[in-house]
Design a protein around this ligand. Sequence first.
Ligand SMILES: [Fe+2]
Length: 248
Amino acid sequence: MFDLHCHILPGIDDGAKNTETSLELLKEEAKQGVNAITFTPHFHPNRISPEDFIRVRNRSYEKLMAVPEVQDMGIKFKCGAEIFFSTKLNDMELDQFCFTDSNYLLIELSTDEKPYGLTHTLIDIINRGYQPILAHVERYPYFTSDPTKLYDLVEKGCIAQVNGGAILEGDKICLKYIKWGMAQLVCSDCHNMNSRSPNLKDAYRFIKKKFGEEYVEWFEKNARDVFAGRYVDQPMPKMPKKILGIWL
Ligand SMILES: [Fe+2]
C-alpha cells in the first residue's frame, strides 16, 4: 500500500514533533501494510519562503533517514509537500514541491471560502505540465455544497484525494465522492498516534465492505501510479445531480 499524504517528518509542521514520534508513525504505517510513503509537510507560501521550506524539509528528511531502524523497515520513501493554495503559485518554481521524480503536486485549499482564482490557477499549473492533487476534498464547503465544482476540476485534470479518517467516520460526502468515482486517491494524512494516526488498511477494509474489492484495487492502482510518477488513467466520474435537495 502507498500513503501519499502524511505528516511524519519530524519537527517541521503540526505532525510528528520528533524522530521518536516519526518512528512510531512509521511502525504503524508498516503495521497497516504500507510499504511506500511520500512525506508531505505543510508549505504555506505566505509564511515561509520556498527556499527555507525546502532546506528545512530536506534537513528533517535526512535526520529521519539517519535512524538505522527506518532503513530496515523495507519502506520506500519520497518527499513532497502539502502546498497551501495561493495565486502566488502562478509565479513560483514548482518542481521543488513535486513528489520526487514526478510532476505531482499536493495542494490544500482554504476550508473557509472558495480561494480567489482557484480554477484559473489550477489550469495554469496543469498547462505548465504539473498534475495537481487536491488534498482531502471532503473538507471544503464550496465543493461539498456543490460537488459539480469538484467535478469540473477533476474533468480539467486534477486528482481528488480523500482522507482515510473521513471514510472511517462515515463522512457522507466523502462516501458519495467514492461512489461517483470522483475521488482517485485515499491517503491517511496522519499527524500523530492519537487522533490522526495511520489508517489505510482500515480505510480500505471499509471501502471493500461498502463498495467492493474493485474500488480498493482502483485506489491502490492510482496510488501506485502516482508514486511511480506515472499518469493516472482515470475514467470520468459520474456527474453529481441534485434531486429533491439531495446530491445523488
Ligand atoms: Fe495534510
